[in-house]
Write a protein that binds this ligand. Structure first.
Ligand SMILES: [Zn+2]
Length: 250
């Protein structure tokens, strides 16, 4: 089952992400822009595009009965990224923004990971950074801009542009992964294994993320499942959130 109406999905994501952003950075109500969750540049609707966090090329390798039973969008997890060319250190990067960047550096590695036999597969640091970045996007998808605009969000956004090695600020616990055997069959009892690609639990200063048969951690500055003040200008520090709008590059 392929599915589905991506234009409508894009519009739904756009409005959901806009209202979340406005609740944290109220002056965005005066424009019609979003911040790209990875480069943090302001983008208009036409410069954004739907991103499959678990890439389509990985989903295409799912067993036929899974592909038949569960739509692609559900198995993937969707968000919006920019599709406007990146300019890094004065040079235009070929392709369409963060969407192409993820497609080039991370999607092939994610496909390999999700189809790997870990008894024999050799894992390199690009694989691990790919997982980290997919986990970061899954966190933004679930908890919104409070993840992207936090101190560790800035670190993760920076990491996104360093595909080959972990930055030294990334905690060591977030540079490793635990793996199990992957499933290759489908039954209604294990539907959520396929339909809910990321299961996330908050564990102190990290989010423990399970992507199918792979577990790993992504750092967090604060627990995004706890309430923060979105209306009061002055709130007790426990409930306050100061968005960090710095970008990694101009
Ligand atoms: Zn971007």
């Amino acid at each position: 089952m392929k599915l589905i109406d991506l234009p409508a999905q894009k519009e739904i994501l756009w409005h959901r992400m806009r209202s979340d952003l406005i609740s944290l950075v109220p002056w965005f109500a005066d424009n019609d822009l979003l911040l790209c969750p990875t480069c943090c540049r302001p983008i208009g609707y036409d410069d954004s595009s739907v991103e499959h966090i678990v890439p389509k090329q990985a989903l295409a390798c799912d067993p036929p009965e899974v592909r038949e039973a569960i739509p692609q969008n559900e198995r993937s997890g969707l968000t919006l990224l920019c599709a406007k060319p990146l300019i890094i250190k004065g040079k235009r990067v070929p392709g369409n923004g963060c969407n192409s960047w993820k497609g080039k550096y991370y999607d092939p590695c994610l496909r390999e990971l999700l189809n790997a036999d870990f008894q024999t597969k050799r894992i390199n640091s690009r694989h691990q950074v790919s997982l980290y970045c997919a986990g970061y996007l899954a966190l933004v998808r679930q908890f919104g801009y409070q993840v992207a605009l936090s101190q560790t969000g800035l670190l993760s956004r920076n990491q996104f542009f360093h595909p080959n090695t972990f930055l030294s600020e990334v905690p060591l616990t977030c540079q490793m992964m635990l793996t199990g055997g992957r499933r290759s069959d489908f039954s209604d009892d294990d539907r959520s294994y396929w339909s809910n690609p990321f299961s996330i639990s908050i564990d102190g200063p990290t989010a423990l993320i399970v992507l199918r048969n792979i577990g790993f951690r992504v750092p967090l500055s604060h627990d995004p499942s706890q309430p923060i003040s979105r209306v009061l200008q002055y709130a007790p520090s426990k409930y306050a959130f100061r968005p960090d709008l710095r970008t990694v590059f101009e």
